[in-house]
Design a protein around this ligand. Sequence first.
Ligand code: AMP
Ligand code: MG
Length: 419
Amino acid sequence: MSSQTSECGCDSTAHNLMTIDEANVIINESINKIISLEIVAIRDSLNRILASDIISKINVPSDINSAMDGYAIKYNDLVENSITKLKIVGTSFAGKPWHGKLNCGETIRIMTGAVLPGTADSVIMQEHVNRNDDYITIEGCHKKSQNVRGIGEDVNVGDVILKKGKLIRPAEMGLLASMGISEIKVMQKLRVAFFSTGDELQPLESTLSSGQIYDSNRYSLFGMLSRLGVELIDLGVIKDDKELIRQTFISAAECADVVITSGGVSVGDADYVKEILDEQGTITFWKLAIKPGKPLAFGKMNQSLFFGLPGNPVSVMATFYMIVQPALLTMMGHQNTQVFTVQARVLSDIKKRPGRLEFQRGILQQEKGQPLTVNSTGGQGSHMMTSMSNANCFIVLEQDNDGVKKGEMVNIILFDGFM
Ligand code: AMP
Ligand code: MG
């Protein structure tokens, strides 16, 4: 590593590298958003992007109902600073309302979700009454309208409840169902083709000869892309052969909105990706000021967007999460691709040379009631997939950071949702 360290202790390979923010701006300018729509059933809508506003045709709740198991009363029946005695004249169940009308001095037993009878306006929790045959007595302090859910408290008829561009998560599936909506318009799935490049890459379960490795990138890419709900086009492993890579790029660009490759974007003798992309489309080749993941090719061929990711497995995942994924989500029509950072206290020193923004792998922990702490996963080599697997967050160390001492606060990005 000494050959990469200058006299000042900086990362000497980091000169004139582009920042991740600059790269993301350029990518955003090249993005074409998906415009085609399709209609899907709610159960098929997870991770899809809503293609039109959802306006509710009903109020939710559509009746005044009880938030508790208890007794429905007229608030004005309560005797201030004394005991109130009321006669039980009926029962209202969820789905089986009591159709009577409360008179003064009367109450009904009511279950959670059951409709309140006309003239009742409050509910006393069953734990707060004493029952004696057909009578209850109530003591203590109570508020008018307590434990009552009003009409439209959650959703108002005619309101825009979900906006175009909203990601459908389990909460949206439930919310749509609560309005009785069974199908929605979503953006068509993004078609993403991906392949690995490298003569050393072998199929799983095969016997490896010296110098050979299993192709792991296509599996982590498969997993990361599956989570985004895109249409996957797996083009396999392509040897370091210029003509084969050329043909694969051409056919990938014909069938996909986005093409993602791993490997072959460095400056080795068998790294043909950059050359072919240069020849077939418009390509920007970047050395980014990030670690892991310095070499990255980005460009366009016809209408397809290209991301040529590095070969090292951790670099593939880090560049995917920090660069490719936000771009894919934007193309899919997602309105909010913001990634949140939170702060945690580091439990041991972390080494770093100034020069590149680093995404070290960390383990975030929290003792009950205590602030967040984070520990490094240990070895941070970009070939070490165990560091990704052991991690539940990235520890984000800014470009000019020169290491962190135990006890200092660091920014972290939690592996959550799509990570
Ligand atoms: P490259 O960018 O092609 O020079 O590859 C950089 C490193 O990543 C080399 O050690 C490769 O063997 C490794 N690598 C490339 N592609 C893959 C892959 N699909 N799965 C696992 N490792 C890979
Ligand atoms: Mg290679």
